[in-house]
Write a protein that binds this ligand. Structure first.
Ligand SMILES: [Ca+2]
Ligand SMILES: [Ca+2]
Ligand SMILES: [Ca+2]
Length: 335
């Protein structure tokens, strides 16, 4: 047992070892093999940083990875995945950085490598988000990555190797549990160096219910009396629709035209006091109204329940409560 423990410790220690070209350069990568590095840096095998990448370069040699880090403002180390020739130029974004065990990945602190690899860019002073570019003999700073991370409410990063901040690139996201994603699931590091989210995560209505604002609506499949409509909505954990304002009224009108509905019960009534209209849902008086021309007329003294009516040009009409009409239920959106 003791032998097994010592072997395990030995392997851990061995994961930090001296540099060799064969370890980091492909046999056919002449440029990498012929580098004039005299004092190689230290490499930690099997460990990589996540959520630290300022830039992520694909299909580059380890040598290029080191050089790009030296040119990039705030780069402190690199993580290199040899299988993909994938280079993460890592900053020191402390709060979110994780160091994880990852087979086939190695990391190296840039301070352990000779800066002569990047010539004049070795001592650049480009700002956050910029890299040093050498044009002939002249140093310029070019925008290369976004600062910070995108702020997307209720969303989780959906990239296996963590966040990177490359200028012009998108990072894939998914919504937190139960929320619906609208748009494309990406946050993009815009060319201005600012993150732009291409989606929102929002609460959604369950199947069969339609969303409007932060409420869900259900169109009853068959016709019922006003009382039965009200009861069916309550059974569904909702209430016969209450129209609060003009925008909800307009939206219901489009629901009617879209679904070829001629008449639709709403929860306003004047059953208690003739001419005093209340919402049965919460017993409040009706403020916003959209009565059709000549309505409410309490025709034959027997019209006490309100409907939306195509005949009244999708305005309101007081009708006979025992008529059977379609109806629409409403409830607040749930988490
Ligand atoms: Ca409403
Ligand atoms: Ca009436
Ligand atoms: Ca009427």
């Amino acid at each position: 047992m003791k032998g097994v423990t010592s072997l395990f410790l030995l392997q851990n220690v061995m994961s930090i070892c001296s540099w060799s070209l064969d370890n980091v350069c492909e046999a056919d990568d002449i440029k990498c093999q012929n580098t004039q590095i005299s004092n190689p840096g230290e490499i930690v095998y099997g460990q990589c940083y996540r959520h630290a990448a300022l830039r992520r370069l694909l299909k580059v040699s380890f040598l290029t990875c080191l050089k790009e880090c030296m040119k990039t403002s705030n780069c402190v180390n690199v993580s290199y995945r040899r299988g993909w020739k994938m280079c993460d130029i890592n900053g020191n974004v402390k709060s979110e950085v994780e160091l994880v065990q990852e087979h086939g990945c190695f990391s190296s602190n840039i301070s352990s490598w000779s800066k002569t690899l990047v010539g004049k860019c070795a001592n650049h002073s480009c700002k956050d988000g910029y890299i040093c570019v050498l044009k002939g003999d002249v140093i310029t700073c070019e925008l290369a990555y976004c600062i910070g991370r995108p702020s997307v409410a209720n969303a989780l990063l959906n990239e296996p190797f963590g966040l990177s901040r490359d200028h012009g690139h998108g990072m894939m996201y998914k919504c937190a549990n139960g929320l619906k994603l609208s748009g494309k699931p990406f946050a993009v590091c815009h060319k201005t160096g600012i993150w732009k989210s291409m989606f929102i995560c929002e609460k959604s209505c369950e199947k069969g219910w339609i969303k409007f604002g932060d409420h869900c609506y259900y169109i009853g499949p068959d016709e019922k009396t006003w009382d039965d409509s009200k009861a069916d909505c309550i059974r569904k954990g909702s209430y016969l629709v209450k129209i609060e304002d003009a925008s909800e009224n307009r939206w219901l009108q489009t629901v009617m035209t879209d679904n070829n509905i001629g008449k639709l019960w709403i929860c306003a009534h004047d059953i208690g006091i003739e001419g005093t209209w209340c919402w049965i849902y919460d017993n409040t008086t009706v403020n916003f109204t959209n009565w059709g021309v000549g309505e409410p007329n309490n025709h034959e003294g027997n019209e006490n329940c309100a409907e939306l009516s195509e005949a009244a040009l999708y305005g309101w009409n007081d009708g006979v409560c025992t008529s059977v009409l379609q109806y629409i239920c409403e409830r607040q959106i749930q988490a």
